[in-house]
Design a protein around this ligand. Sequence first.
Ligand code: ATP
Ligand code: MG
Ligand code: MG
Ligand code: MG
Length: 473
Amino acid sequence: EITTEAQLRAAWYEFWSARSHEVVKSASLIPTHPTAPMFVNSGMMQFVQYFLDEEPVPFETKRATSVQKCVRAGGKHNDLDAVGKSLRHLSFFEMMGNFSFGDYFKENAIKWAWEFVSDVLKIDTSKVWVTVHISDDEAEQIWLNDIGVPADRIQRLDKDNFWEMGETGPCGPSTELFYDFGPEFGPEGGPANPDAEHRFIEFWNVVFMESFRDSSGTLTPLPNQHVDTGAGLERLVGVLRGSPSLYSCDTLEALVNEAAKVSGKTVGAHPKDDQAMRVIADHVRSATFLISDGIIPSNEGRGYVLRRIIRRAVRFAYLLGIMDEMMPHMADLAIDTHKNYYPELDEQRDLIRKTLASEEAKFRSALETGLSILGAELKGLKGDAMLSGETAFVLHDTHGFPLEITAEIAEDAGHDVDVDTFRKLMTEQRERARASRKKGNVSDQAIDYKAIMDAYGATEFVGRDTYETTAKI
Ligand code: ATP
Ligand code: MG
Ligand code: MG
Ligand code: MG
């Protein structure tokens, strides 16, 4: 019986190897292809150049399989704000994939997916629902006639069944598998019913890569048709354990339990505490992996996403009453539970701990004052009045509060933030900073991390260096 992440990973490689797929290691979280978004958000990203026919496929059988570390915290796929509230969205997760580069297409991709689900994992297929793209008669016919899935558990969807890597890049129609966790998790209606999203949980997506979207939005056919499968490791473990919560996975459960231990809280006692512990578990894991791939906290791009992740974790630690440093300790656990598959974590342990300790200390020193300013402001707001952009700016500028943290706290109190004014003040401030840099001033933050990098060695940076910094809220 397969119930753990380790067993599932092993079964995955065995199954696809037996079908002539070359086993490929997970790539770094920093993508290399020019069309790639901010982070590697799926297994296909290290193979973009083959889908686009820019480079010859290096795999003799034209098939590959991987378990890829993914971050969905910026760019097109961004689940960061959902973490903690959603039990099935993590900012870091592992995606298992099987890929065909111009080799097999719909028939085998569907047949083998079903075989793995029913024969290897022994999932109760009477609980599995299937979706296909509204245009995809062929895929629907395969599910109906070749596999024998009853018509009332197959649904046709539009946008949800068209997968795109980013704003530009390869894309195509998909077919997805969902597991029905039962009526206690939501109403009937299958995956097509948006009100039933906590009941019918997507765990497998097969993309039929056949188009390219350019920067003007136009779709053109790719030279060949490919298969790109993404099956969420944590989601499948959830299905195997009968739990729609990804925090039932061994590694995340261990991190949640550790957060409980450190804070003296009990898991399952208070929903708010549980949410805080989930955010800490997820964010510590993300931050640990991001740092091991060479990202350091900064005020821009990937570094700012990392900083936001760390600060959000620290805020929730504070909410739980954890007043002492906790990030390095929690990171040790994330490293220990993942180092067998990701040895880079162990190799970078010192850098990870130092970076987290420094970031945590810096934010903690400002957190209390910032929270009391924010609390007082929120108390003074009438009805559903907005929190002023000025307050959000001061919190950001003086107390290091990322906008998302301010917005999240304001939202809990029933208020939006005047984001427009906030952004205007940010732009003005950036211009002032630019002017002052020209005069030769260096920010102390840069010095701070330079010391750490000098002491512990940096990983080489690759990819573009300008990005959208803050997610839309
Ligand atoms: P959802 O609709 O649940 O947000 P998605 O359609 O955005 O998922 P895909 O882009 O199709 O996800 O990714 C392939 C698979 O990766 C999904 O079927 C799921 O198993 C897994 N997955 C996607 N996002 C997450 C996440 N934030 N945390 C954990 N697993 C995820
Ligand atoms: Mg999603
Ligand atoms: Mg989906
Ligand atoms: Mg999907």
